[in-house]
Design a protein around this ligand. Structure first.
Ligand SMILES: NC(=O)c1ccc[n+]([C@@H]2O[C@H](COP(=O)([O-])OP(=O)(O)OC[C@H]3O[C@@H](n4cnc5c(N)ncnc54)[C@H](O)[C@@H]3O)[C@@H](O)[C@H]2O)c1
Length: 311
């Protein structure tokens, strides 16, 4: 389904996105239903949750798989949440002829439904974080205390399809993150950044993966060095770099599952489930194959292993 003609479209669609006009403030107009407060989890709020009430968290990539579940979870906990997303993930689906197995609503409907079910508002900023002007406006308007940055092209296979996708992935992930760093520096210096990395940055070495540093003895001398990253795709390469501000770099392993307490509250809050060869993770594909009685297909050469960090 993937053909070369697709490739330029990704880049063009980002470049042509109109500046300034791209910010949309979701009105989150309540829908006709009564607010179903009884379905809220964790209610009444604990003291730690209510103390979080005034905290503002910006979720970049909040329309995506990890971001949507995180946005709802934090909103439900009493945080003030804003989603920043350019919806490019939905565009990839259209371009590659793939789709989430679970039907997902538009981000506007998702946010409206969340408001109608819980009474809680989530602000929406639709735009590209590679556009610094757009990101600046979002920062100035929302004034986040924390930013969780999920907003990247997150598929290694996608980054390896062709030159155009490799360049797009590098540009999107590196420039986007640079813009986030500079926006924090310029508009919100106290803001804490949680940046999603991935276990894949470490490759598949034949030793345990240490978080941070490893002590190495070589030719009779010993030193403690950063654990080496061995990125093996343009996607993984786009992540293997350092940060110099108040930040948590989370080198996350594969996330699985589609339901959370919050997404279960209404079918329109449903999260995505990718099972295709580009965005579907191996576990998701195994589950679908098992469910339809298809023999499990190996991933790559079938010999891949990943060693977790020692305790
Ligand atoms: N899903 C996993 O199992 C997993 C595992 C390890 C790490 N991670 C990391 O977590 C992050 C999120 O992963 P995911 O699975 O939720 O991905 P996803 O593709 O479902 O979501 C990413 C979201 O970011 C948005 N986005 C991308 N580029 C953007 C840009 N320039 N401006 C604004 N929005 C942009 C997309 O439209 C999408 O909604 C990624 O950085 C990924 O590497 C995910």
């Amino acid at each position: 389904m993937v053909h070369k003609g697709d490739s330029g479209t990704v880049l063009r669609s980002c470049k042509l996105r109109p500046r300034r006009q791209s910010i949309i403030y979701a009105t989150a107009t309540p829908m006709s239903q009564e607010i179903e407060k009884s379905t809220l989890t964790g209610s009444p709020q604990s003291s730690s949750e209510s103390s979080a009430k005034s905290k503002k968290v910006m979720i970049i990539g909040g329309d995506g798989y990890c971001g949507w579940a995180t946005a709802l979870h934090l909103s439900n906990k009493g945080y003030e949440v804003a989603i920043v997303d350019n919806l490019v993930r939905r565009l990839f689906d259209h371009q590659l002829g793939i789709d989430s197995l679970t039907p997902i609503s538009s981000i506007q409907n998702r946010v409206r439904r969340w408001k109608s079910v819980t009474g809680k508002s989530i602000q929406l900023f639709i735009g590209d974080i590679c556009d610094f002007e757009f990101l600046s406006e979002a920062f100035k308007s929302f004034e986040p205390d924390s930013v969780v940055h999920f907003g990247e092209q997150r598929s290694a296979p996608y980054s390896m399809i062709d030159r155009s996708r490799a360049v797009y992935t590098q540009h999107n992930n590196v420039i986007g993150t640079l813009n986030v760093l500079f926006a924090i520096k310029e508009f919100s210096q106290e803001c804490h950044l949680v940046k999603l990395g991935t276990m894949g940055e470490y490759g598949t070495p034949n030793i345990d993966i240490e978080e941070g540093y490893i002590t190495i003895t070589h030719n009779g001398r010993t030193d403690t060095l950063p654990y080496p990253k061995q990125a093996s795709s343009f996607y993984h390469l786009s992540k293997a770099w350092g940060l110099g501000i108040r930040a948590t770099d989370l080198n996350q392993g594969v996330v699985y599952g589609v339901r959370t307490d919050e997404t279960d509250m209404h079918e329109e809050l449903c999260n995505r489930f990718d099972y295709d060869g580009v965005f579907g993770t191996a576990l998701n594909r195994f589950c679908v194959q098992a469910a339809v009685g298809h023999p499990l297909t190996v991933y790559g050469k079938g010999g891949q292993e990943q060693h977790s960090r020692t305790p």
